[in-house]
Each structure stands twice: as C-alpha cells, then as structure tokens.
Design a protein around this ligand. Structure first.
Ligand SMILES: Cc1cc2nc3c(=O)[nH]c(=O)nc-3n(C[C@H](O)[C@H](O)[C@H](O)COP(=O)(O)OP(=O)(O)OC[C@H]3O[C@@H](n4cnc5c(N)ncnc54)[C@H](O)[C@@H]3O)c2cc1C
Length: 383
C-alpha cells in the first residue's frame, strides 16, 4: 500500500508531549481538514515509565490514574513529617495506560495517521519541513519534534545542566511495609555522598511499591550504586529484607534553564523535554506539558512563526538561581528542601512549583530557603 508523504503537520514522537499534542489537534475542528502524521520509532507497548503529579480535585487524566495519595512524607537529616496535602492529591499515571488510551483515541481521528519509523533528519527548507526516516521521506508545512538529546543543552556554559536521574524498582514484599495513603516525596536521610540524593516511594498496597533512588546532580552513577541504595533503604529504613522485583524503571530528566528557543525555526517547534518543558528545578514535565500543549495549539492556529512563541516567565529566573546553588553546593541540596518543608506547607510549595504564586507568595516561599547561598547566586547573576 502506498502511503501519502505530504502532510500539513508532522508530530515526531508519540510520548507524553506528542500524544497530548496529537490528541488536542485531533479533537479541535480547526484541524479537521488538515492531515497530521504522528511518527515514533517505538510501538509504545511497554510500561517504560510512570508519571506522577499533584493536582487539586479532579483532572483530565483521572480515568487512567493508577493510584493517588492524600499525604506526602518528607524527611531531611533533622526534620521529617507526614503532610496532609488537601486540596491537592498526588496522582500516578502508568506510561502504558497513557499510551493505550491516547493512541486508541488518536487512531480514531480520520485526519491523523500513526506510523512506526525512526526519524534520522529534520530540515526546514523555508517553505516546507523535510522529515527523513530510515526508509522514507515526508514533508509538512510544520513539524513538532520531541526527540531530545542532552547535547541540545550542554553545548553552552551560561546555564548549568544538571540531571534528575534515578533507578526505581517496583517491589513486592513478603510482609506489609508500606503506608498506602502516603507517597514518600523525598527522603534525604540516606547518605548524600557529595550529591543531592533522596529516596522516593510510591506505595500501591501495603506490600507493593515503586522505590526509587534519585539524584539531582551533574553526572549519572553506575547502575549498581542506585540499586545498592534501594536495597539498603528497604533493609535499614523499611525493615524489609524479603522482596521480589516486579518491574524496573530508569531515567534522566534535564534540569536546566538553558533556553531551547534557538533550536526552533519558523516551521519546526521542539516540544516536551526537547522543547525545555521539563521544570528546571524539579524535572516534573507531565503536567507542564499538559498545560503548554493547549497554548501551543492556539498559537498554531494564528499561523505565526513557531519560533516566536515563548513560555519564559519569572519562575525561569527563580529556577536559574536554584540550579546555580544546586550546582555549586551539590552536597548541601538537601538543606534547601529541609528548610522549605520545615518552614512552609506543601500546599505553598506545590503552588510555587506550579508557577501559580503571586509575587508576595514567591517572597514567602523563597524566604523559607537558606538565604546566603541564594543571595550569593543572585549577586553573581546580576554582576
Ligand atoms: C522513567 C521516567 C519517569 C518519569 N517520571 C516523571 C514523573 O513522575 N512526573 C513528571 O512530571 N515527569 C516525569 N518524567 C519526565 C517526563 O515527564 C517524561 O520524560 C516524559 O515522557 C517527557 O515527554 P516527551 O514527550 O518530551 O518525551 P518522551 O515521552 O520520551 O517521548 C519522546 C518520544 O520520541 C520517540 N523518539 C525518540 N527518538 C526518536 C526517533 N529518532 N525517531 C522517532 N521517534 C523517536 C520516543 O520513542 C518517544 O516515544 C519521567 C521521565 C522518565 C524517563
């Protein structure tokens, strides 16, 4: 069968950003006469990640929520607490449930086709964008690309590029160990070894949980180091020696204020992590993507050059200072979070990280952090 090779739009990558974008365009009548091609090298049949986010009340992913928690636990070196997070809930979506439900819907839109292909090159020739795959060549008026490579950000030195990197195990324990209504958001009680290291625990039941060893730092660790930390945490902190590993996940999310803007062209827009949509100070990307996609879709409808849309706001500068501090004093990162959770409630922390706080609330939040490192970072950026 011969497939068409010319489209109005091509979306590269059927991950979080590509699928949310395709779905939003598919259900919008503006695009009903436009042809859209969605390309991914992968069939998206594996549960390759889980996404968590906080949200007030009901939300658009509720149908595919795997688990949600009403409390979070934070532990630093000297302070720990279980917090009720109402009106927020901490929610989890499994990758496979998201891919299945979005692909099923997207495949039903008559104007969108999904093809599995490895994209090797994308070129904007001014009037059209040429997308080359291993076997074919396609063209479109506009292309949205979610292929991310670290070198997109690491070729410069003005903005630090850290990583939120982790290995996680879904474990099944022989005895009840986990509190099912509490997600361990950050547990810094583990040895820091010169970095910002914490454990993250998402219980599915009293005997089953995703346990992750996570770092905010520049360099990845050998895989066995994360695994040793998970085993040690299960044994020493959760008093659990007998368990089975049901699933594993691994990831590295860029933490940077580098402006991905320079990669876009009038007709190519990078989206998702590749578009700089990962929140620089946390690595959380899923909700940020779900909020940016409708803005991008409205912008596409204006017909303006894709590289003129800019998402930068005041939080970009706050994140920049945070990353400057985290890079300079990586071993002391835990102190920032400990100070924050000791002095401020999680509702304000979530609101700030959602970029919804007023200027007064920003000051209140920032004042909850250790002051000297931030003042030093501020002066360094100004002078
Ligand atoms: C294991 C893991 C857990 C995470 N957990 C969270 C979380 O809890 N909360 C949160 O907010 N964020 C989380 N993130 C960060 C972020 O939300 C995800 O990385 C998210 O998937 C980013 O969406 P994306 O569309 O930019 O990239 P992806 O979802 O990675 O999509 C990119 C797509 O491009 C395809 N692709 C790549 N190269 C090619 C090519 N050459 N040709 C064709 N297709 C290609 C890939 O197959 C993939 O489907 C996590 C990340 C990882 C890795």
């Amino acid at each position: 069968m011969d497939y068409p090779s010319q489209f109005d739009y091509i979306i590269i990558g059927a991950g979080a950003a590509g699928l949310m974008l395709a779905d939003t365009m598919g259900k919008d009548s503006f695009f009903k006469d436009k042809s859209i091609l969605l390309l991914d090298k992968d069939a998206k049949k594996n549960n390759d990640r889980t996404w968590c986010f906080w949200e007030k009340g009901q939300g658009k992913f509720d149908k595919i929520i795997h688990k949600e928690w009403n409390h979070i636990y934070f532990s630093g070196k000297q302070f720990s607490n279980r917090f009720e997070i109402h009106p927020y809930t901490y929610k989890m979506v499994r990758g496979i449930d998201f891919y299945d439900s979005y692909l099923e819907r997207i495949k039903a839109y008559p104007n969108i086709s999904f093809r599995q292909a490895n994209v090797s090159q994308v070129t904007d020739n001014g009037t059209a964008v040429i997308v080359s795959t291993d076997k074919n060549q396609y063209s479109a008026s506009q292309v949205f690309n979610s292929i991310f490579h670290y070198h997109m950000a690491t070729h410069q030195t003005e903005y630090p590029v850290l990583q939120q990197h982790f290995v996680g195990w879904v474990v099944k324990t022989s005895a009840p160990v986990f509190d099912t209504d509490q997600a361990t958001y950050m547990d810094f009680s583990i040895p820091q070894k010169g970095n910002t290291r914490f454990m993250y625990v998402l219980p599915y039941s009293e005997t089953e949980a995703l346990v992750e060893c996570t770092l905010f730092s520049e360099e990845l660790l050998p895989k066995k180091d994360y695994e040793t930390a998970i085993k040690r945490y299960l044994k020493d902190d959760l008093n659990c020696t007998e368990f089975e590993i049901l699933e594993t996940e691994q990831g590295s999310i860029p933490m940077t204020c580098y402006d991905f803007q320079e990669h876009h062209t009038a007709n190519i827009r990078y989206i998702g992590t590749a578009g700089g949509w990962a929140k620089p100070s946390t690595g959380y990307t899923f909700m940020s993507t779900s909020k940016k996609v409708p803005v991008l879709v409205d912008y596409i409808k204006t017909g303006k050059p894709l590289n003129k849309l800019n998402f930068k706001n005041k939080f970009w500068f706050y994140d920049l200072l945070f990353l400057d501090v985290l890079k300079k004093d990586n071993a002391d990162g835990h102190q920032i979070f400990e100070s924050l959770f000791k002095n401020r409630n999680p509702q304000l922390i979530f609101k700030f990280l959602d970029e919804q706080t007023s200027f007064l609330e920003d000051i209140k939040y920032i004042w909850g952090c250790p002051k000297i490192p931030f003042i030093r970072a501020l002066l360094k950026r100004i002078f």
